[in-house]
Design a protein around this ligand. Structure first.
Ligand code: FAD
Ligand code: SIN
Length: 532
């Protein structure tokens, strides 16, 4: 199969790029591939909203830029921060024009929320289901566009480069080029080659590498792993953001329900088992300090008190307003016997967001030619060592636009594609035991959560390295001997991502932002990105 513009991923990044491209090139074919149903994305679960400066009387670009830089703890690229903050309003307007609705008050002004690290109320939201609304609007617009095709339940295995033509490709090969992808179509059970002059990776995050995460099952870091295998550049993987307040439900593994930070923005208070509002002891911004600080404070309280969670107290809040702003959270809590007006909500940190990823320049170009990356799988320089809340949806929109502008300007110059061989699957058989895959996944999640979580040290990282090396070896042997399945492909990718997180964490001999190593508790004077 050949297409003009290939998009991997159907979240906010992929869909925005596809819509812009088809508007510019109505006669060209745009193909979106997604490994699950089109709306099963991190985007769908976003709650708090989109941070954007829209009230110039009370807010300013300078303040949003300042808040982003402070959260990023010295590692943001200031030029990129300025681009995202200043181009944000135009991108939000386009999203609204495509049909996304954000909450307004009786006067017709947008209701603005506030989250940790923000100096002003600037977060546009749709109740507490902002992501669901954005995903709905974008998918509706994509379905109405005549030249966009979505192929779902089709999992990309690898990007195609000169390596697949028989050339030796290493990290130092100049001008590695992307010609498309190989993908496993779960409906036909076939591995197809899908060729394209331009490919965008918008494959989202990697929270599933950890035991507890706010991310859905699709978040397995596939794009990052594929680019690493293709010898492209990956950056700052050690900066995994743990959201401070995922709902704690005993016995629940995998995806945890999020209690948006906007609840604390509206007045929710964190308390420990003794009822103490402990954030006062950790930071003058208390419950609205940046996430790295709040998550570490919770982790410390849980360890000190031997508890598996802390409590979020909303009992003093105006319940009518609470239910209006957070209907989904209110209902979810009720469904498990928690009446927010009377009971405190048990919460604990959970892996939430990957600040690093595929290294790009300010046009979303990866280190591989004709391969772009945007959204959570990318590392653009916006987030630095810690992402400011609600900056992620904004970044995805701004960079989807930039990827489209650059790809559109280059498209006619790209030469015809070479002959690409079909996928080779000789000498493999059906897997005999799924447990080899499921157990390795559990081990990986255990290792990452226990040794490479919120607080790290050298001994933990060394242990994690040894265990991941073993998992890598066993999984590569399995991969070479059995027919590929989505589960095996995801496991392989997650092991690669785990390896990259551990490597980044081991190379960073300091504590900065989300990376906290008790053997190096201070920030180094040398400010550097770790590129693998
Ligand atoms: P996603 O939306 O995750 O989409 C990834 C796509 O890639 C999916 O379609 C997936 O199927 C596809 N894919 C992945 N691998 C493959 C493969 N191998 N082959 C084919 N397809 C593949 N950010 C904010 O700014 N504000 C918020 O309020 C907010 N709240 C959040 C709440 C939760 C619970 C979570 C989990 C995240 C939240 N975030 C928030 C973060 C934000 O939602 C994500 O960073 C953002 O939506 C990522 O968008 P994306 O398009 O990059 O990826
Ligand atoms: C939240 O609503 O707390 C999540 C916001 C984000 O991750 O940016």
């Amino acid at each position: 199969m050949q297409t003009d513009f290939l998009v991997i991923g159907s979240g906010i990044a992929g869909l925005t790029y596809a819509l812009k491209t088809t508007q510019h090139f109505p006669d060209k074919k745009v193909t979106i591939i997604t490994k699950a149903s089109p709306d099963e994305t991190n985007t769908k679960y976003a709650q708090g909203g989109v941070a954007v400066v829209n009230d110039l009387e009370n807010d300013s670009f300078e303040k949003h830029i300042g808040d982003t830089l402070i959260a990023g703890d010295g590692l943001c690229n200031p030029g990129v921060v300025e681009i995202v903050v200043k181009e944000g309003p135009a991108r939000i307007q386009e999203l609204i024009d495509w049909g996304a609705k954000f909450d307004k008050d009786a006067e017709g002004d947008y209701r603005l929320g506030k989250e940790g690290g923000h100096s002003e109320f600037r977060i546009l939201h749709h109740k507490d289901i902002t992501g669901k609304e954005i995903e709905r609007a974008l998918l509706d617009a994509v379905k109405a566009a005549p030249n966009i095709e979505i192929i779902n339940h089709c999992m990309v295995i690898d990007i195609i480069t000169q390596h697949h033509l028989g050339y030796l490709v290493t990290k130092s090969t100049p001008d590695i080029e992307c010609y498309g992808v190989y993908a496993l179509n779960s409906k036909t059970n076939r591995i197809d080659k899908i060729l394209s002059k331009v490919t965008l990776l918008a494959t989202g995050g990697n929270g599933q590498v950890y035991r507890t995460t706010t991310n859905p099952v699709i978040a397995t870091g596939d794009g990052v792993a594929m680019v690493y295998r293709a010898k492209g550049r990956i950056e700052n993987m050690e900066f995994i953001q743990f959201h401070p307040t995922a709902l704690y439900e005993p016995g629940v593994r995998g995806q945890a329900f999020l209690i948006t930070e906007a609840v604390r923005g509206d007045g929710g208070i964190l308390r420990n088992k003794d009822g103490e509002a402990f954030m006062e002891r950790y930071d003058s911004r208390k419950d609205l300090a940046p996430r790295d600080i709040v998550a570490r404070a919770i982790d410390s309280e849980m360890k000190r008190n031997g508890t598996e969670h802390v409590l979020l107290d909303c009992r003093h809040m105006d319940m009518e307003k609470f239910v209006e702003h957070f209907p989904n959270i209110y209902q979810k809590c009720l469904s498990i016997g928690i009446d927010v007006s009377k009971d405190m909500i048990p919460v604990a940190p959970a892996a939430h967001y990957s600040c690093g990823g595929i290294k790009t320049d300010e046009w979303g170009r990866s280190s591989i030619r004709h391969l772009y990356a945007c959204g959570e799988c990318s590392s653009t320089g916006l987030h630095g060592a810690n992402r400011l809340a609600s900056n992620s949806l904004l970044e995805a929109m701004v960079f989807a636009h930039r990827c489209y502008v650059d790809a559109a300007s280059k498209f006619d110059e790209i030469k015809e594609l070479p002959d690409i061989p079909d996928w080779k699957a000789e000498g493999t058989s059906e897997p005999k035991e799924m447990i080899l895959i499921t157990q390795s996944l559990k081990e990986l999640q255990q290792v990452m959560s226990d040794y490479v979580g919120i607080v790290r040290n050298n001994v933990r990282l060394q242990r994690a390295t040894r265990r991941i090396d073993l998992l890598f070896e066993e999984t590569e042997n399995l991969y070479k001997s059995v027919t590929v399945s989505p589960q095996l492909l995801e496991l392989r990718n997650m092991i690669t991502v785990g390896y990259l997180i551990i490597k980044g964490a081991s190379f960073r001999k300091e504590s900065r932002g989300l990376h906290y190593n008790t053997d190096y508790p201070f920030k180094s004077d040398i400010v550097q990105n770790i590129v693998l």
